[in-house]
Write a protein that binds this ligand. Structure first.
Ligand code: ATP
Length: 517
């Protein structure tokens, strides 16, 4: 739903959640800056992940590795050399396949300007005109452009020369041939041309820049490299995990869908080390744990899809991979991968560094290389999913008059602002004094927002729009005027139901803490 997405993007900019990086100078493609509210949201999400993953478990330890990574590490991991073989993306299934796995192929089709269409445009006029340019008979079928395109490829026997000629006949120039797509009739996949899959950003070290380093493409490698140090320094036993949150960098060819595919992004990764016999079972357990996590942060189970990645599409060393996908307004897309990676990672580093990384089990006297289950989530993607899920518009209008309330339904634990604090009347000194006191009382515990501008109804709406779950108003009753029994109580207004209740000021902090943690 592109309209919904546009509204979300616009709200995020207007209220200071997310800005394009370098916007002042025209923008840096694939990079984003989080504004004040986005920063709070993202911090809350990371804190919650850390709390659930590290703090509340006794089998997971944390680490914070360097971003700059030695060439040797990435050589062993396969990021340099090994994985940089030509890969193709299937435009229909979104799978990425090694180029040598996609033979036999037929029906090469040429991309013209606008032919490499994003998903949202498959059904558009643009897709139609592309088909027309390439000589497909429009009247022949009334299918959606997407099917139409696939069918065209199946039936096309045009050579590149003929295609260029056809375009020229339409008054277009040959420069508009931008690439080709392959169609594999055996499995119906539609594949981009192979490209070198090495998306790493490189930098240089030393006085003359003679030494090469890389910005890490994932946080995982420093965990594998420090696994032995962490094991030895913490005297832990299998199974145990190491968790890390941090920035990763990939020179994505096609950054798109807002922050979804960025060149600089943050990951939340766990490498869970275990006995080989437990790998499969733990993969299932981690999948469940991670699904619970998403429900707790406001992304319900029924909006998630679990893709059990089939043989041939998983990394060659992985025995099981689940992709956890979310229904974004721009399509169903991956949030997290839960992969059983066997002993591949420790194996390649043991070999590459030529140092033993085996585990010795004192009880069974067994020596072996631990296996790894990896739940790897994208922080920015999760923030985006949370934002998309929270965004809501409801019409509160009466008598045929529309009154749309925009409300971000963040769960309180990750809402950027926990409580808005308002004196009912800005000019009432006593109300202002008490409201300021409440602000001071709550500030050490949570992020609050003081607002005395404009009508209180408008102040509520402004907080609704950024997802503040509660608002506290200091009014005349707080001062004990008219009804003395209400002295020193405030009004609490609930964001979702818009209901209000009165609470003694002295009960406010525990009341809030019970709800926003
Ligand atoms: P995709 O297929 O979408 O490129 P991936 O399978 O390459 O992702 P992994 O290497 O498994 O991703 O990385 C783990 C997680 O890191 C992903 O599930 C995603 O949440 C996040 N991630 C990966 N690449 C990006 C990116 N370019 N921008 C934002 N988040 C990303």
């Amino acid at each position: 739903d592109p309209v919904r997405m546009e509204k979300i993007v616009s709200l995020c900019k207007r209220r200071g959640f997310i800005f394009q990086a370098g916007e002042l100078y025209g923008g840096l493609n694939g990079c984003w800056d989080y504004g004040p509210l986005g920063t709070e949201l993202k911090r809350n999400l990371k804190d919650y992940w850390w709390r659930k993953t590290v703090q509340e478990r006794d089998d997971v330890l944390g680490m914070d590795g360097a971003i700059l990574t030695m060439e040797a590490v990435l050589q062993s991991s396969g990021h340099i050399g090994g994985f940089s073989d030509p890969m193709c993306d299937c435009l229909l299934s979104k799978a990425r396949l090694r180029a040598d796995q996609i033979e036999p192929q037929s029906g090469t089709v040429y991309h013209f300007s606008g032919a490499t269409l994003p998903e949202a445009e498959w059904k558009s006029e643009k897709a139609y005109s592309v088909l027309q340019i390439t000589g497909y008979d429009e009247a022949k079928t009334r299918k959606t452009a997407r099917e139409y395109y696939a069918q065209f490829i199946k039936e096309s026997t045009m050579s590149k020369k003929e295609a260029i000629k056809a375009i020229q006949l339409q008054g277009e120039t040959t420069e508009q041939v931008t690439g080709t797509t392959r169609y594999n009739p055996e499995n119906g996949s539609l594949l981009t041309e192979p490209r070198e899959f090495n998306l790493m950003l490189q930098t240089n070290f030393g006085a003359t820049g003679e030494q090469i380093a890389y910005l890490r493409p994932e946080t995982a490698q420093s965990i594998f490299c420090q696994y032995k140090n962490i094991l030895d320094s913490n005297r832990v036993k299998l199974p145990f995990g190491i968790a890390q949150i941090g920035k990763s960098f990939r020179n994505e060819i096609n950054p798109r869908n807002y922050t979804f595919r960025s060149r600089e992004f943050e990951q939340m990764e766990i490498e869970y080390f275990c006995h080989p016999d437990d790998g499969m079972r733990l993969t299932e357990e981690w999948l469940e744990t991670r699904l619970e996590f998403y429900a707790e942060i406001g992304v319900p189970r029924n909006k998630l899809h679990i893709l059990d990645v089939p043989d041939g599409e998983r990394a060659f060393y992985s025995k099981k991979t689940y992709d956890i996908e979310y229904e974004f307004p721009f399509g169903i897309q991956e949030l997290e991968g839960v992969a059983y990676r066997t002993d591949y990672d420790l194996g390649v580093h043991q070999k590459g560094a030529n140092k033993p990384l085996e585990y010795y089990d004192e009880e069974t006297k067994e020596r072996f290389l631990p296996h790894v289950v990896e739940p790897s989530a994208g922080c920015d993607r999760t923030v985006l999913a949370v934002i998309c899920e929270a965004f809501d518009e409801e019409d509160l209008g009466k008598d045929g008059k529309s009154d749309v309330r925009t409300v971000m339904r963040f769960v309180p634990a990750i809402a950027p602002i926990k409580v808005g604090i308002f004196p009912l009347m800005k000019k009432n000194e006593e109300q202002v004094r008490i409201a300021r006191e409440i602000q001071k009382m709550l500030q050490p515990w949570m992020n609050v927002f003081y607002d005395d501008g404009g009508a209180v109804g408008r102040r509520y709406r402004r907080q609704d729009e950024v997802g503040t779950p509660f608002c506290v108003t200091v009014d005349f009753e707080t001062l004990g005027e008219e009804k003395p029994e209400f002295k020193d109580t405030i009004t609490i207004r609930h964001r979702d139901s818009m209901e209000q209740e009165r609470l003694p000021i002295e009960d406010l902090l525990p009341w809030l803490l019970a709800r926003v943690r």
